[in-house]
Design a binder for this molecule. Structure first.
Ligand code: DAK
Length: 257
């Protein structure tokens, strides 16, 4: 049984991973990251799971990596433990992953939220990469994903000068896609996940991989990846069913085949 996360099933096809270390504002220790990975590994192969929400508490999505665990680390312990591998596996989860952020998403907390596909927030959420205050820099994607999301100047202010963003600023900068009153954030996250859960599973997977390709490649390589995924979908039953259903003016019955 996981000790640092709670698993919830609010609706058919939808699962919630809730970070649950309230005493340390959901600081991310190695066990928490391992538990998130184990949960996602199960969800990835379970056909009944169609969309996943990652969230925290009202006060904190996550206040960063666990500083008490990290403080004694050395270059050699970091290299040998290679904890980045587990963070990378979260980014490779093939189904839609929504981050629902209330409270603070700082340091590794923001990096974790940015590995999700869609980030939505409560109005009082705050976002930052304050690692500079600890004499380090973001190490789990912050300098890269944040720069892609909000652009160079704002990313520089956040990473070099620990500038925090309000939910409204994060919305305007494109870091989050929607903002809601904190008390209804989860309701909207579940609604969004429910919509995603009704969509064609293989097309969703291809869509996610194709959008992610925009961050990893040149435009030419990204377009090639998109085209490859597009071609592949014409080998699925869902493509036949989706187009037949449109022509017959009925709702498609997706099989994920
Ligand atoms: N780690 C450990 N404990 C934390 C914590 C953290 N990141 N953040 C908060 N806490 C603990 C506090 O120590 C306090 O514990 P007690 O004193 O009650 O025992 C409790 O949570 C409540 O916090 P505060 O009393 O400070 O609460 P406030 O409301 O006054 O302030 C705050 C909230 C979020 C502004 C403040 O707690 C704060 O500044 N926290 C630290 C934020 C931060 O610097 N985060 C970045 C950490 S560096 C890696 C992957 C990722 C990373 C590194 C490596 N690998 C894959 C290897 C990422 C690094 C980081 O995230």
């Amino acid at each position: 049984m996981p000790e640092n996360i709670l698993l919830e099933s609010p609706l058919e096809g939808v699962r919630v991973i809730r970070l649950n270390r309230p005493k340390v504002l959901n600081a991310l220790n190695a066990d928490t990251i391992a538990e998130i990975n184990a949960a996602l590994e199960g969800f990835a192969t379970d056909e009944a799971v169609r969309a996943v929400i990652l969230t925290g508490s009202d006060r904190a999505f996550a206040a960063g990596a666990d500083i008490s665990e990290m403080s004694g680390q050395t270059v050699s312990s970091m290299v040998t433990q290679n904890r980045f591998a587990l963070w990378q596996r979260i980014a490779e989860f093939p189904k839609p992953l929504i981050a629902a952020v209330n409270g603070v998403a700082l340091g590794g907390g923001l990096e974790l939220a940015m590995t999700c596909d869609i980030m939505i927030a409560g109005e009082t959420a705050r976002f930052g990469q304050p690692e500079i205050n600890l004499g380090i820099i973001p190490g789990a994607g912050g300098t890269q994903r944040l720069t892609h999301a909000v652009g160079k100047s704002l990313a520089m202010e956040m990473v070099l000068n620990a500038r925090m963003l309000s939910a409204d600023e994060a919305l305007r900068a494109g870091l989050v896609s929607s903002v809601y009153p904190p008390e209804v954030l989860m309701h909207h996250a579940v609604l969004l996940a429910k919509q995603l859960a009704t969509r064609a599973p293989l097309a969703l997977r291809a869509a996610k991989a194709s959008v992610n390709a925009a961050f990893e490649n040149s435009l030419t390589q990204g377009l090639a990846a998109e085209r490859q995924n597009f071609y592949l979908l014409f080998g699925t039953q869902d493509q036949k069913e989706g187009m037949q259903a449109f022509l017959e003016k009925r709702r498609a019955n997706w099989q994920g085949r």
